[in-house]
Design a protein. Structure first.
Length: 176
């Protein structure tokens, strides 16, 4: 089976800036093991998989994977995924939209505004994400709790490359 994906830059007003994210907006049928393998192949900090909602009060389910594990929640993947869903008209008509996406921590409310120059999103989490029992450390940076590294929860979305087909290799970083 073939699955479409979109690669975007989150928290950036410039192409090839911000946090890169791979989004599979129609991922029904992919197993958890398959999602993990796909995330490992993309090798981005996160890859999201959008599944149909199981409750009429929710827009969809979103599963977030790093190359090594599934996450119950992360800010930039939630925002980037919501923007892809609205901009690509997977939900709504492409205009401003309020979404309720279900992630590992429960429902996450995301307000997406489709402005002329950019698409923006702001999320609200009603459950405080638990801090994992580890910290991340980048070379030359002091240790910070993982939850503190999620950043702020509003951002700009810029589509870096067009949608692709998962069975083919993504384009190179220079768009070629």
């Amino acid at each position: 089976m073939r699955y479409k994906f979109v690669i975007v830059d989150v928290f950036s007003a410039n192409p090839f800036g911000g946090n890169q994210l791979a989004v599979l907006p129609q991922a029904a049928g992919i197993t958890a093991e398959g999602m993990q393998a796909i995330a490992r192949e993309f090798n981005f900090s996160e890859t999201t998989f959008v599944l149909p909602a199981t409750d009429a009060m929710h827009t969809c389910q979103v599963r977030i994977f790093t190359p090594k594990a599934e996450l119950p929640f992360a800010g930039h993947p939630t925002i980037g995924t919501a923007c892809v869903l609205v901009k690509g008209k997977y939900v709504g008509s492409g205009g401003d939209q309020d979404l309720v996406v279900v992630e590992g921590i429960g429902p996450v409310h995301v307000r997406v505004t489709n402005e002329q120059a950019a698409i923006r999103a702001k999320l609200t989490v009603h459950v405080k994400p638990e801090q994992p029992p580890f910290t991340l450390r980048k070379k030359g940076h002091r240790r910070r709790p993982f939850a503190a590294q999620l950043g702020h929860c509003g951002g700009v979305f810029r589509k870096r490359r067009g949608a692709g087909v998962l069975c083919s290799r993504p384009q190179s970083r220079d768009g070629g």
